[in-house]
Design a protein. Structure first.
Length: 381
């Protein structure tokens, strides 16, 4: 049997990884709808399990949930599609207004001996790119949802396999009790993470959309949808979602309302991210800020706009899988946030203290036993 060196094995693994990425990128038109179907199925599964606990047959529960989602997609697709079209038509007007504000700012700075040119400002901040980013993101997401029938049909088949799939995994990998517990733990954590994250994101979008509507900001439906979608991307997503809403509020209502919108986004995301989400999710499942940013770039390059929106859930599923694997736990720690690293360190300290306490207790028992045996021998003498 020919032995393979460590370097050769590493080169082989790296080549296989690169080839796999190239294949996924070429198959993105097929992979992206499949991933969306998978995430919709994961999100719907807790609702179907709840209806089953209420003694509704699983087939009827799946039908009810799918019909509800289909109706929401139709209504939301119509509203968002009309809003995107109106916003695209209004972009030139907003660009002109923003250019006028930038020109005024440059003139005001010039009076205070700060010289800037419009070309330099546009080199760092181009209003057209900011506005077009919104339409590109929403249009790319809407184009994937365009084939909604195929998407929901795939979801139906996935949900129908929901009860049998864990059993298949148990049989395929190993039938041992330890492996079964790890698989069940992995599936339950993924379901729990996606369900809680979706509810928190939905609450974020509803609160921001309602407040923007009350203030009188135009296209508040778009900004609410953008806040909902980008809330799956912690830290960075809220900033990206806030930029177009703040710019439009500034152009429409002035600097005071724009500052209020900034405060709205900051306060809502702080409350949802630091209070509501940890309360329901329990132990933090966070990723480090660097990993979030790199995953956004990586999945966006690999799968396009939808890959950017799903970057953190995809990385989170990978992290959960690695945490449940002895060989991959070290990589899961590298992906973890600072809070999780501190928790790991505290756990290790507690384990070492417990081991030291057990060692000192066992040594005391040995000393007591030896002392008693010495007393017995002296009494016999």
């Amino acid at each position: 049997m020919v032995s393979v060196s460590t370097a050769g094995r590493t080169a082989l693994y790296f080549s296989a990884f690169v080839i796999s990425l190239a294949g996924i990128k070429e198959a993105a038109p097929i992979v992206v709808p499949f991933l969306l179907s998978l995430f919709v199925a994961i999100i719907c599964n807790p609702a179907i399990n709840y209806l089953e606990r209420k003694r509704m047959p699983r087939g009827l529960a799946i039908t009810f949930v799918i019909v509800t989602i289909f109706s929401l997609f139709i209504v939301l697709g119509g509203v968002v599609g009309a809003a995107v079209n109106d916003f695209s038509k209004a972009i030139p007007t907003y660009e002109e207004q923003l250019s006028e504000q930038i020109t005024w700012l440059i003139e005001w700075l010039g009076k205070h001996d700060i010289k800037l040119s419009m070309g330099e400002v546009r080199g760092y901040f181009d209003p057209a790119k900011v506005m077009n980013l919104v339409t590109t993101t929403l249009s790319g997401f809407s184009s994937v949802l365009g084939n909604i029938f195929l998407l929901l049909l795939t979801v139906v088949f996935m949900l129908a396999e929901g009860q049998v799939f864990p059993k298949k995994l148990h049989i395929a990998f190993d039938d041992s009790e330890q492996t079964e517990k790890k698989l069940d733990h992995f599936l339950s954590m993924v379901n729990r993470y996606m369900a809680i994250k979706t509810m928190v994101s939905l609450g974020t979008g509803i609160v921001i959309g309602t407040v923007l509507w009350a203030i009188g900001v135009q296209f508040y439906v778009l900004w609410a949808l953008l806040a909902f979608l980008l809330n799956y991307i912690p830290n960075i997503g809220s900033i990206i979602a806030a930029v177009p809403a703040v710019i439009l509020t500034f152009l429409q209502l002035g600097a005071g309302y724009a500052a209020a919108v900034v405060g709205l986004f900051v306060s809502v995301n702080m409350i949802m991210g630091n209070v509501v989400e940890p309360r329901f999710m329990g132990r933090s499942l966070g990723l480090s800020t660097l990993v979030v940013f790199l995953s956004l770039i990586f999945w966006g390059w690999l799968l396009g706009v939808v890959g950017m929106l799903l970057s953190v859930p995809l990385t989170m599923i990978l992290k959960i899988a690695l945490e449940n694997s002895e060989d991959g736990r070290w990589f899961a720690i590298l992906l973890s946030s600072d809070q999780e690293v501190a928790a790991f360190e505290q756990t290790n300290i507690d384990k070492s203290n417990a081991q030291q306490a057990e060692g000192s207790a066992s040594s005391k028992d040995v000393n007591l036993n030896s002392h008693s045996s010495e007393n017995d021998s002296s009494n016999e003498t």
